[in-house]
Write a protein that binds this ligand. Structure first.
Ligand code: UDP
Ligand code: MG
Length: 316
């Protein structure tokens, strides 16, 4: 299948932005150069995820130069995943490219990505990290552990996956039809399936500033990823319960026997140890159940996923 002649295709580029004001102008000009090379018509969809810096002012300045720029400003920092939702809901293109606004997803890859989309006829073109860039060791280890757990629990292989991808209209619409509030973009696109081709890329250094992802935000996303993609941790609670029950029966019989035979130990240490082990196991189990309960609570409240404070419509 051919994805149509170039000049008639509209490509939307969705970019979530959090504290990226300092290099926005340089980034957008690189992006424009790369997009012009493709020969496609394009629109930019920028989402200011409640940045405390001058990102929104910079976007407004840029909107004067780009006639096809659409932008929304969220009322506070909702996190990258929800900022992506806001962007995807506003993208009109035949293909939608999602990329970071800090230059770590090189705009120069766009012509390759669009060419691959046209020639392969695939629904998704996924850019895969060959090198994770200058991330800290704990960051790399954390990502490795998270993908390993997620892969074992849900069966989805996300190692090396990035949020730099092109989706055709069909995939974008399917993604938008998933209305959950606990959004995990990478996982949800993998879950949808469709035909995917991959292109490798090297994560380059951030233009300026530092990553907007604190360890806390990362752990929260990892928790959402695991709980929304697998109910295995819940089964683990049952499993641990069964093991402890078998252990309890054995120990119970032995204790009773010793008591009846008049050879019972004083057993203080045993009691303390059992209390501690069972106490922590119970608390961890409650915590696991609590995580799922929190996800359900967030979903049933039915609040909007994000709130828009201001927006800019394209001029053409
Ligand atoms: N981002 C966002 N909201 C946030 C954190 C990040 O919209 O709360 C955006 C950020 O502006 C960038 C992209 O998400 O365009 C990736 O963020 P970052 O570079 O901080 O993450 P990393 O590259 O370290 O994974
Ligand atoms: Mg980055």
């Amino acid at each position: 299948m051919d994805n149509g002649s170039l000049s008639t295709r509209l490509i939307s580029v969705v970019i979530p932005l959090y504290k990226e004001g300092s290099h926005l102008s340089a980034f957008l000009s690189d992006l424009e150069t790369a997009l012009q090379e493709t020969g496609c018509r394009f629109e930019l969809v920028l989402v200011d995820d409640g940045s405390p810096d001058d990102t929104w002012q910079r976007i407004k300045d840029e909107a004067r130069a780009f006639s096809s720029l659409r932008a929304v400003r969220l009322s506070r920092n909702f996190g990258k995943e929800l900022a992506l939702c806001a962007g995807l809901e506003r993208a009109r293109g035949d293909a939608v490219v999602v990329m970071d606004g800090d230059g770590q997803h090189p705009p120069s890859l766009l012509p390759v990505m669009i060419k691959k989309w046209r020639t392969s006829g695939a629904d998704i073109v996924q850019a895969v990290k060959t090198k994770r860039g200058s991330e800290s060791l704990t960051g790399k280890l954390g990502a490795l552990l998270f993908y390993l757990i997620l892969n074992k629990l849900s069966g989805f292989e996300l190692k090396g996956a990035s949020d730099f991808k092109l989706m055709n209209r069909k995939v974008a619409d399917t993604w938008l039809a998933m209305r959950e509030r606990n959004v995990f973009f990478r996982g949800m696109t993998a879950w949808m399936g469709f035909t995917t081709v991959q292109i490798p890329f090297e994560v380059v250094a951030r233009r300026t500033g530092k990553s907007g992802w604190s360890y806390f935000k990362r752990s929260k996303l990892a928790l959402i990823g695991i709980t929304t993609f697998s109910s295995f941790p819940l089964h683990l609670v049952t499993f641990a319960g069964v093991i402890f029950f078998i252990f309890a029966v054995g120990l119970g019989i032995q204790t009773l026997y010793l008591k009846l035979a008049g050879r019972a130990f004083t057993g203080f240490a045993t009691v303390i140890l059992l209390e501690l082990i069972i106490g922590s196991l119970l608390m961890i189990s409650l915590g696991i159940i609590g995580e799922y309960l929190a996800r359900i609570y967030e979903e049933v409240k039915g609040r909007p996923r994000y709130i828009v404070m201001e927006s800019i419509e394209p001029r053409e």
